[in-house]
Design a protein around this ligand. Structure first.
Ligand SMILES: Cc1cc2nc3c(=O)[nH]c(=O)nc-3n(C[C@H](O)[C@H](O)[C@H](O)COP(=O)(O)OP(=O)(O)OC[C@H]3O[C@@H](n4cnc5c(N)ncnc54)[C@H](O)[C@@H]3O)c2cc1C
Length: 479
């Protein structure tokens, strides 16, 4: 979308060996994110290895244990196909490839336009219209907010309450604030209580009848600063799920009345699938009453093959790039035979089934968006341990107590996984220590602005006077 700004902060969204420029703002508009990615590719010599404008059409396992890849050259008008062979494959088509379009009753009657959020680029053509956004994840919230003040009315059809997160808490980006090792180690009840309180303090979800029944940790929250005010101003009207379409609108569940709607944007996420490989290789579970799932060992490997990996198919709260980078490092270690995967298909399948049970018990179970959820820190630690990139915290506590303190009590920065092991990076320590400053450096004005009135501060005498008066009040109450 033309207005997309990352909802994860730049220091948390970076590659583990390439901190973002201190001149960048804390949250990156999409053009800056693209610049960061292209700079990275240039820096590490990746660009010249990419074949742009080629689409993978088919991947097949050959009898000689290699892989045949059929690619289509999109630059040629007639479209030419070419075959090549590879020893190993990483499939990285992303989890936002195949839009999920729910079935709606009487959809064919509706005279307006229905599109998926994947195809929504900007608000052109929506001025003065009644627009319904279906869903309430990050994309839905972004689309709805982009229409506020321009559309005649924005409606949002939601299945359940969603936790809304502000971009920052007490001036700290929300991911920088919450993703910390010590916070993850808190007993679940205490962690849930504190998280719940922070989010309710930031926006009282009860006011709009929107308070979820599930804990904030069991869902990917929706990060959006514009949303609370739009809800309080009723510029976005929350509606129940759609019962059916009519010619000119929608009848929502629990109601008999038609609500006039001109345009619909469906933001119900994406389907996990890989269109160009036989599904037995990545394992697909599509049981009645359950959401669609891929059966991937360690969230990325086939149950039967060792030379193919599926990256980017797991989900988590916060930044995802950190996890996908770790997956790429893990896959390289497997392909280079530096580490072995358990070879038994039965054991791999059992592990996957345990993962599914764990997902069902920890996260909302009837949501596609949460079908492949992992706890990011636990998942990355597990992969890092395999490739020997996880620091030994006990040793670090004695050898580098300050770094230990910053790793355990500070944010879970990607650079933590470059401190030790193969492909460790000498700049990782400094990147961890300087991240809090770099996070905000780019926000300062280029030229100093004129000073405004100094913020009020309390002198020591005033503090003593307040303590004295408080003490006096307590004494008066007691006696
Ligand atoms: C609106 C929006 C906002 C987001 N904001 C954030 C955020 O703030 N922070 C965050 O961490 N994440 C965010 N995400 C998620 C993030 O974009 C993804 O997690 C990330 O891009 C995944 O990286 P990837 O390389 O796995 O896949 P992608 O970035 O999706 O890349 C997949 C690539 O594969 C290509 N491809 C697909 N099929 C084929 C084929 N057959 N042949 C050849 N190439 C193919 C695609 O063209 C694409 O270039 C956001 C996503 C969206 C949609």
């Amino acid at each position: 979308m033309e207005f997309t700004v990352t909802n994860t902060s730049k220091e948390m969204s970076s590659f583990s060996d390439y901190p973002p420029s201190p001149d960048f703002p804390t949250y990156l508009p999409h053009k800056m994110m693209l610049k960061y990615l292209t700079d990275y590719a240039e820096h590490f010599g990746v660009t010249e290895r990419i074949r742009f404008n080629h689409a993978v059409h088919k991947i097949e396992k050959l009898p000689n244990a290699r892989w045949k890849v059929v690619v289509k050259d999109l630059d040629r008008s007639a479209g030419s196909f070419r075959e090549e062979e590879f020893d190993a494959i990483m499939v990285c088509i992303g989890h936002h490839s195949i839009p999920k379009m729910p079935e709606f009753r009487d959809r064919n009657l509706f005279k307006g336009r229905i599109i998926h959020a994947k195809h929504y680029k900007n608000s052109d053509g929506y001025r003065g219209k009644a627009v319904l956004v279906v869903g309430f994840g990050n994309s839905a919230a972004d689309v709805a907010c982009s229409l506020v003040g321009l559309a005649d009315q924005v409606h949002a059809s939601i299945r359940r309450g969603t936790w809304m997160l502000p971009s920052h808490i007490s001036g700290i980006p929300v991911d920088f604030c919450f993703f910390r090792r010590f916070a993850q180690a808190l007993p679940k009840r205490i962690g849930d209580f504190l998280f719940h309180k922070q989010l309710q303090d930031a926006f009282n979800h009860d006011l709009v009848g929107f308070t979820p029944e599930h804990s904030p940790a069991s869902q990917q929250g929706t990060v959006n600063d514009l949303l609370p005010r739009a809800l309080l101003a009723k510029q976005i009207l929350l509606q129940p799920p759609i019962n059916r379409f009519t010619e000119n609108g929608v009848i929502f569940q629990g109601s008999e009345y038609e609500v006039n709607i001109d345009e619909v944007v469906v933001a119900t996420g994406y389907r996990p699938d890989i269109p160009f490989i036989e599904s037995r290789i990545y394992g697909k579970q599509n049981e009645a009453g359950d959401v669609e799932r891929l059966l991937l060992y360690k969230g990325m490997y086939s149950l039967t093959e060792d030379t193919i990996a599926f990256l980017g198919m797991v989900e988590a709260a916060g930044n995802l790039g950190q996890m996908f980078e770790m997956q790429a490092r893990h896959a390289m270690a497997v392909f280079n035979k530096e580490i072995d995967l358990v070879s038994s298909k039965v054991i791999r399948r059992r592990a996957v089934m345990q993962d599914i049970e764990s997902i069902k018990s920890k996260f909302i179970s009837d949501s596609d968006r949460h079908s492949a959820m992992v706890n990011k820190m636990e998942y990355m630690d597990m992969l890092a341990e395999d490739i020997k990139a996880k620091p030994d915290w006990c040793t670090m506590m004695w050898t580098d107590p300050y770094l230990f303190y910053r790793c355990i009590f500070g944010p879970l920065l990607p650079y933590q996984y470059r401190l030790v092991g193969p492909y460790s990076w000498p700049g990782a320590r400094n990147a961890i220590l300087s991240a809090p400053e770099n996070q905000f450096k780019g926000l300062r004005p280029i030229r100093p602005l004129p000073k405004t009135i100094a913020s009020p501060s309390l002198s020591p005498q005033t503090i003593l006077l307040i303590i004295f008066l408080l003490g006096l009040t307590i004494l008066v109450r007691i006696f």
